[in-house]
Design a binder for this molecule. Sequence first.
Ligand code: HEM
Ligand code: HEM
Length: 220
Amino acid sequence: MVDDAAARLRYSKGAIILHWTIAVLILYNLTTGLLHDTLPKAAFQFHVSSGITILVLTVLRIIWRLTHKPPPFLPMAKWEKGLANVVHFLLYCAMLAAPLTGWAMLSAHVDKPKPAVEGAAPPPQPIGPPKPHQTLIWGVIPLPKLKPITDIGQGPDGPARLKETHEQFEDIHGTIGWIFLFLLILHIAGALKHELIDKRRQLARMGVGKAEPKHWDTAA
Ligand code: HEM
Ligand code: HEM
């Protein structure tokens, strides 16, 4: 049957590897982001490195998607196909928007001078001009600041405008986090509905489980 033949098709290996690598990193970033105030500080340590990795892998994933045809949809209602397409598209948008707004926020960050502790000796003065704080991705690759954002900091009221920009991107970044979580719940619920209620080999399309027919398919 045509339906059964289509059901055996999977995404390409590259798409599957990218999907699950990005998924693990996003779950880490969403957890450490949304629970930022609750989790110990150490949990947040890799948030920026993981976020920039997500950005790079998402660009790769989109290029891969545009150059590799995905398998045809499993048989399902028209509205379900429409909803899946919309959610997938919005997930890609969130996968780009979350890291980019995080990067913009970091680019608007102004190092605060450390408050002096009363009675303590003044901290040793570094030799040479003060160095701005440098973010290193995975402790190795320096992350440049985004120029359109640092440009906002030029001029006499620059620091105040940067602070305002930082707050704006912080709000946007946080809101995207909640939207992301909502999309992800829809995405996972959809996948599980097709797998468990419609009894289709939905997860096998993304490499989970065997692509061979399950017992409920053998009649097809
Ligand atoms: C955590 C972050 C996740 C993100 C960002 C994500 C994103 C995506 C995107 C964008 C697609 C569309 C692929 C395309 O056609 O271009 C997709 C497909 C898929 N995802 Fe996820 N996903 C995530 C987690 C999960 C989880 C936890 C599951 C398992 C329940 C899952 C199961 C699937 C399946 C089965 C497909 C294939 C859909 C189809 O048959 O066309 N995903 N995912
Ligand atoms: C998919 C990737 C990402 C996701 C899902 C994500 C999600 C989040 C969320 C939900 C928050 C909490 C926001 C709030 O408290 O209102 C957060 C905080 C933060 N994120 Fe991300 N983020 C990602 C990538 C990045 C990147 C690439 C950077 C920097 C280059 C970044 C920098 C930050 C910073 C500095 C905070 C703390 C803000 C604060 O102090 O309140 N994030 N992130």
